[in-house]
Design a binder for this molecule. Structure first.
Ligand SMILES: Nc1nc2c(ncn2[C@@H]2O[C@H](COP(=O)(O)OP(=O)(O)OP(=O)(O)O)[C@@H](O)[C@H]2O)c(=O)[nH]1
Length: 402
């Protein structure tokens, strides 16, 4: 029995020793595992600057995104190359028509559109006898062509005097009429566009007028004229009232590689104009052309806005040219517009558009007399290059070619 109890004691002692040994091995490991978690970064770390970008990638919240830790030799394998982004082919730029061929083409169109006017004049003057009725008919023809009453009276007076003094016999009526019409249109006016800025800054052209006269189209066409003359141009879409106007201008610019500065729809036109000019100065452009929204001359608020656009531009660069765009088909109404616009922004030149759709070329004379500023450009169609510098001699010849 004693031997048995000795065995039992021995087994118990060995068992206790085994348990103690096991405990000595396992507990430190468990302790190591049970270390407290690092503090929540979302609380205290938010106040710290974001850690340096370990691999250059940063989340939207500004925190660095770490890559997986390198895992042996596999980590140094070449990264898979991202496919090359597809580069859209640059749009092919158009080459605007040069001045010479444009003039020949548009002169014919002008003659075509004004043939009612010209033919009427020549038919009257080729009558056998120029009696009072004939002179009255001549006056009617000139007034219908929008020459204006004062200019018509003047022209008829001068013609009658010349024929009386020089004698109707042997006088080339066509030549006399040409001379008198030319005097009326005034070839001595300076019709050059100011495209040379002062002090190395761009020349700025502001384009104004009532709705739908063709301002945006004219700005686009004018940009092409200047590009054809190898000038660098920046366009400003300060017509923020009509979203389509900025789109339209964007397309005009794209076609000839001219940058267009735009603002959000409804934004302050003066700030868009300012930005356009700033960009023009920065890019060392030759000319900045600023398109404005159409406005009726009797809306005082809108006219004030136009004055502001000009003043804001002039904080950087003086405006060298204010072009008033008039629709030739609106006749005498255009004169009322001209008067008010001129008071607000000091118009320096007129662009007469849609002369291709009007037999009222006489408006050239009327508007020049009304404003005391020359018609500098004429629009003769909806085509991209259907804008021509106005030339008094060519204009009168076109009338009489009919
Ligand atoms: N036939 C003809 N159409 C022209 C001429 N100039 C402009 N147009 C047309 O006139 C329409 C109005 O032109 P826009 O340039 O949009 O006129 P806008 O003055 O900018 O218009 P708003 O911004 O609404 O004031 C367009 O259909 C042009 O194609 C021209 O010389 N001849």
């Amino acid at each position: 029995m004693d031997t048995l109890s000795e065995y039992i004691w021995l087994i118990l002692v060995l068992g206790v020793l085994a348990v103690v040994l096991l405990a000595a091995l396992v507990v430190p490991r468990l302790r190591r595992r049970a270390r407290p978690l690092p503090p929540d970064r979302s609380s205290s770390d938010d106040l710290l600057p974001p850690p340096p970008e370990a691999d250059g990638r940063t989340t939207d919240a500004g925190t660095a995104v770490l890559d997986e830790p390198p895992a042996g030799p596999a980590a140094v394998t070449e990264p898979e190359l991202a496919p090359e982004p597809e580069v859209a082919p640059a749009p092919e730029l158009e080459r605007p028509e040069g001045a010479a061929s444009r003039l020949v083409r548009l002169r014919q169109r002008l003659a075509g559109s004004q043939n009612v006017f010209g033919r009427g004049l020549l038919a009257l003057l080729s009558r056998d006898r120029l009696d009072d009725d004939a002179w009255e008919d001549l006056e009617d023809t000139l007034i219908t062509a929008d020459v204006g009453v004062a200019a018509t009276t003047e022209l008829v007076e001068r013609l009658r005097n010349r024929l009386r003094i020089e004698g109707a016999e042997g006088t080339d009526l066509r030549t006399v009429l040409r001379e008198e019409l030319l005097t009326l249109v005034d070839p001595t006016l300076d019709r050059t566009l100011a495209t040379q800025g002062a002090d190395g800054k761009p020349a700025v052209t502001l384009v104004v007028g009532v709705n739908g006269t063709g301002k945006t189209t004219t700005v686009g066409k004018l940009a092409r004229v200047l590009v054809a003359e190898e000038k660098s141009v920046v366009l400003g879409a300060a017509d923020t009232f009509r979203a389509a106007a900025a789109e339209q201008l964007g397309t005009w610019g794209e076609r000839v590689g001219v940058p267009v500065v735009r603002g959000p729809e409804g934004s302050d036109p003066a700030s868009v104009a300012f930005e356009a000019v700033r960009s023009g100065v920065e890019q060392d452009a030759d000319v900045v052309i600023v398109d404005t929204a159409g406005r009726l001359q009797n809306k005082a608020g809108l006219m004030d806005e136009l004055g502001k656009v000009k003043r804001v531009i002039e904080k950087q660069v003086p405006v060298s040219e204010v072009l008033l765009v008039l629709d030739a088909t609106t006749g005498q109404n255009g004169l009322a517009q001209a008067r008010v616009f001129s008071e607000v922004v000091n118009v320096t030149g007129v662009v007469l558009t849609k002369l291709d759709g009007s037999a009222k070329g006489g408006i050239v004379v009327a508007v020049q007399r009304e404003l005391g500023v020359p018609v500098k450009l004429v629009g003769l169609g909806e085509g991209a290059d259907d804008l021509a510098p106005f030339d008094a001699g060519a204009f009168v010849d076109a009338l009489l070619e009919a």
